[in-house]
Design a protein around this ligand. Structure first.
Ligand SMILES: Cc1cc2nc3c(=O)[nH]c(=O)nc-3n(C[C@H](O)[C@H](O)[C@H](O)COP(=O)(O)OP(=O)(O)OC[C@H]3O[C@@H](n4cnc5c(N)ncnc54)[C@H](O)[C@@H]3O)c2cc1C
Length: 341
């Protein structure tokens, strides 16, 4: 689609925009369009006026995302600075923009004596991603602190959803397809800034010790199955350190995949599938992806019309016929490189 066919915008609209620099894995293809709105009115006007068949996907800091090598058809919306705000509304509640980082939200909470939001300090994402993913760590999760959020639906309608409307479960919400969280209210409890800071320090230190934070990664790859730890199942299946191409199962934390330098997203996703296969074979447990895998495989057709119906939410934009149940390594993944380092 040419730019003239799209609504005029006040923000930045980029055609064929590489997404690899915008996601933690530093791999994957381009978005047909990347839209960075100037403000909410700009975003609402754009989403309402584009062709209703055009897919829209929100992107935060890309800390829980594999962007497939064929890129993302349609529009990717990155909220960025105009939505990176956090401010107190009363003694225990913060009003946060959808693009605000966990660091900004938790620091603002500390400065205003609001305890209970410390865990957000350690999750490297944005408010939109936290709300969508029910982000959590060290005993806290978003469903415990979310009061409500303002969400722009794919139709262009702006609605306020209560936490209960999102039907939260572990690292999952029922946020509607194509919806964009533009702001959220988080409620904590009264606390002393010094105590809040020490809790943030404790969480940061614990994380530093256990996770490959300076790597190109996507955080926890698989959801913890009920009563079990994904990392233990992966370790027991002998997957610590195994590689496909430039992708590797972290030696430090076996539920993390890392891009050791030049991995393609096919390497990373293929490695995740290999891990799932080995865990299934050794323990009988079917691991579920926590990382969002978005876009189309390299070489997939890009005409896009009608290919999204029925695609699962964790596979936004996959084309008809793609292996949506994610069993097996897909064509093109260099399987011969699987093995211990
Ligand atoms: C080193 C590391 C450690 C991590 N540790 C944790 C942890 O302890 N706990 C935890 O829960 N997660 C953890 N993660 C994963 C990740 O940080 C969280 O899932 C986070 O919530 C993702 O936020 P994001 O803004 O980067 O979202 P993205 O990765 O950009 O997107 C994730 C999903 O959210 C959607 N999304 C993003 N923004 C919006 C929006 N404004 N509106 C609607 N949907 C949106 C995307 O479309 C996508 O479906 C970790 C990741 C890394 C790299």
């Amino acid at each position: 689609m040419i730019a003239d066919a799209l609504p005029k915008v006040a923000g930045k609209l980029t055609c064929n925009a590489p997404l690899a620099p915008l996601v933690w894995f530093k791999a994957g293809g381009a978005a047909d369009w990347l839209f960075e709105p100037k403000d909410l009115a700009d975003l609402q006007h754009f989403v309402r006026d584009i062709d209703p068949s055009m897919p829209v996907m929100a992107l935060g800091l890309g800390s829980n995302m594999i962007v497939r090598d064929g890129g993302v058809p349609g529009v990717v919306v990155r909220l960025g600075k105009p939505f990176a705000k956090a401010q107190p509304v009363d003694g225990v509640t913060l009003d946060c923009g959808g693009g605000a980082s966990g660091i900004l939200v938790s620091s603002t909470a500390r400065d205003n004596g609001v305890a209970g939001l410390e865990f957000l300090r350690s999750i490297p994402g944005t408010v939109g991603g936290f709300v969508r993913m029910n982000g959590g760590a060290y005993g806290g999760e978003v469903r415990d602190i979310l009061v409500d959020c303002d969400v722009l639906l794919r139709s262009g309608e702006l609605v306020t959803l209560d936490a209960a409307d999102l039907d939260y479960s572990y690292r999952h919400s029922e946020l509607p397809e194509g919806a964009i969280v533009v702001s959220a209210r988080f409620r904590g409890r009264e606390g002393k800034p010094a105590d809040i800071q020490s809790e943030m320090d404790r969480i940061s230190a614990a994380r530093e010790e256990s996770q490959p934070l300076r790597s190109k990664t996507g955080g926890s790859t698989f959801r913890n199955p009920e009563g079990q730890k994904a990392w233990q199942l992966v370790d027991a299946a002998g997957c610590r350190g195994i590689k496909i191409g430039g992708a590797q199962v972290s030696e430090k934390h076996t539920n993390f995949l890392i891009n050791t330098g030049n991995a393609t997203s096919a390497d990373i996703e293929g490695l995740g599938e290999e891990v799932r296969r080995r865990v299934r074979d050794t323990s009988g447990v079917e691991l579920e992806w926590e990382i969002q895998r978005v876009g189309v495989y390299a070489g997939a057709p890009r005409d896009g019309v009608g290919v999204y119906a029925g695609a699962p939410r964790d596979g936004v934009g996959v084309y008809a016929g793609a292996p949506q149940d994610a069993v097996g390594v897909y064509a093109g993944a260099p399987q011969e490189q699987v093995g211990r380092k």
